[in-house]
Design a protein. Structure first.
Length: 251
């Protein structure tokens, strides 16, 4: 059985206490969200999305979370705990994952459909939901981080469901919950800032660091050990933090 992961920025101790639900218009909630973010015209200019955060596993270990998407439906998610990482991705044609043991396999059936749906969702930003045949229904009013939130259930044409929680005051997304590639994931959002006419995350879903990127090298190596060997040769390397990452092929 695959692990249950809850992803959050600063804390994962989130109590979701059910409150008496009042019927809300789901389409109105989505429209208010789109307007609050910056409007459909501004949102449609977004070509890529990058989110970083932290998460805690059921046994108490912490790690980092990276999400990268690219229109029309490409999706890449990576969870790193210590020296192990788990990757879930949809390259526009097929879904695949890499397990903690490093095994890479294609995902079919429900798990593949979940990754494809995640790519469609994150790249659409809920614009033209009806045109994209995305079902939107009001589920309940729940408590997220001590505040009320409208829980909308989104359903794709293939039956994949996702719950998105909206702040009734700011109209922005406060939390998302979905099963992606067979893994249930919950993501908390916080501190939106306006960049280029669109509200984007600034301090969430992770605590912002004060680091600066000094530059990068793009190399081709036989494996991770070889790449680390080249990283050790970078001038001044012992005095700085150097990160080695594989590149996700988009073609």
């Amino acid at each position: 059985m695959r692990p249950h992961l809850v992803i959050a920025g600063i804390s994962l101790a989130v109590a979701l206490a059910c409150l008496p639900a009042r019927a809300q218009d789901p389409e109105k909630i989505v429209d208010q969200y789109i307007k609050a973010v910056g409007g459909s015209k501004a949102i449609s200019k977004i070509r890529t999305l990058a989110i970083e955060g932290t998460f805690t596993t059921p046994d108490g270990k912490t790690g980092t979370y990276t999400l990268d998407t690219r229109i029309p439906n490409r999706y890449y998610s990576e969870l790193v705990v210590a020296d192990q990482n788990v990757i879930e991705a949809y390259n526009g044609k097929s879904a695949w994952h890499q397990t903690q043991s490093g095994e890479v396999a294609t995902l079919l059936g429900d798990e593949g459909a979940q990754l494809e749906a995640a790519g469609q969702y994150y790249n659409s930003h809920l614009v033209n939901a009806k045109k994209n045949k995305l079902g939107v229904g009001f589920a309940a009013t729940l408590n997220v981080r001590g505040k009320d939130a409208y829980d909308l259930e989104l359903t794709t044409p293939t039956g994949v469901k996702r719950h998105v929680f909206f702040d009734p005051n700011s109209h922005l997304i406060a939390k998302e919950v979905a099963v992606i590639g067979g893994v249930e994931q919950g993501v908390l959002y916080d501190d939106y800032r306006t960049v280029g006419g669109v509200k984007t995350l600034h301090d969430g879903p992770y605590a912002e660091t004060r680091e600066q990127l000094g530059g990068y090298y793009l190399i081709e190596a036989a494996d991770l050990d070889a790449a680390i060997g080249w990283a050790r040769k970078i001038p001044g390397g012992p005095n700085y933090s150097i990160e080695v990452r594989p590149i996700w092929p988009l073609g």
